[in-house]
Design a protein around this ligand. Structure first.
Ligand code: ZN
Length: 70
């Protein structure tokens, strides 16, 4: 877990790494990137906003909310 700023929560919140191929595949499809290990997801409640590790801005203007695959 890593504390990062979340644009949805408007606060520093715990983020977790993507887990599993479904989550990584989803982010790949959204970003068009093959390497997505530097994307983290907000773990505050059901926020699930995905952000790039090194910038709080989304790679695209769309809001990247991770679907719940479980
Ligand atoms: Zn959040």
């Amino acid at each position: 877990m890593l504390k990062l700023y979340c644009e949805t929560c408007k606060a520093d919140e715990e983020h977790r790494e993507l887990s599993g191929e479904r989550e990584r595949g989803w982010v790949r499809s959204k970003t068009g990137k093959k390497y997505v290990h530097d994307y983290w997801m907000c773990a505050n409640g059901d926020c699930r906003r995905v952000r790039y590790r090194w910038s709080s801005r989304s790679p695209r203007p769309v809001m990247m909310k991770m679907p719940d695959f479980d």
